[in-house]
Design a protein around this ligand. Sequence first.
Ligand SMILES: Nc1ncnc2c1ncn2[C@@H]1O[C@H](COP(=O)(O)OP(=O)(O)O)[C@@H](O)[C@H]1O
Ligand SMILES: [Mg+2]
Length: 235
Amino acid sequence: MKLIGKGNTAEVYDVGEGKILKLFVEGYPKLAVEHEYENAMIMQRFQLPVPVCFEMTEVNNRSGIVYEKVSGCDLYEYMIKRNAGDEGIEIFYNLQNQILNCKCSELMSYKDFIKLMIGDRAPETINKLDKLPDGENVCHGDFHLWNILVDDNGKAKVIDFMNVCRGPRLYDIARTFYLLQGDDSSDEGKSEEEKAIISQRERLLDKYLMLHGVKKEELQSYLEVIDVCHKCEMQ
Ligand SMILES: Nc1ncnc2c1ncn2[C@@H]1O[C@H](COP(=O)(O)OP(=O)(O)O)[C@@H](O)[C@H]1O
Ligand SMILES: [Mg+2]
């Protein structure tokens, strides 16, 4: 098996016949893997642009999920290689909008998801969360440029379904906005092409919100909760 990707929770292997295996780290809760699998099946049922999800499996005591392989690169790399910031953000918005247009009562509520992450560490944040709307839209929950793969024919597909949940559009848009804001880490080691995209970040983020028809102020109450949740996730 050839290693082709690595995230925080899993390694991804090419297993041939156009398939990949997302193999979670040892000891990763099986319940969480089942959660991603169920979310992937729901996304597939809505006929969203996602890789086919084949099965759950176990290898050397580690849980995994077999997906269709997307041969290509992630959307960030795509934007850099083609110097296509605007095109990339339009693809990005269209995919997220397609997902957000779906409604599904079966999914876990974003409030329950955030409560699971925060636990009893920030009761004031839970109070704020309780006051936000429930919503019924499908939210990807981790919609960033690296969870979009563009195949060799230029077709973009969304991956990584662990955080998929049900909530208001503004929740998912705020979560994306939060993730794309980035840190002001140094440009060291970055190519000129990458720096060219990074230098447009502010403008592209504005364009992202404009496409969704959302003002930054509308995201504020979500951003406060998301910030606390993200810090808990990282602990
Ligand atoms: N269906 C797929 N086809 C090709 N590569 C994939 C596929 N799914 C995941 N990968 C690669 O593995 C990496 C990690 O997968 P991902 O599901 O995003 O896991 P994590 O939850 O660890 O971020 C991705 O960024 C990508 O490079
Ligand atoms: Mg990922």
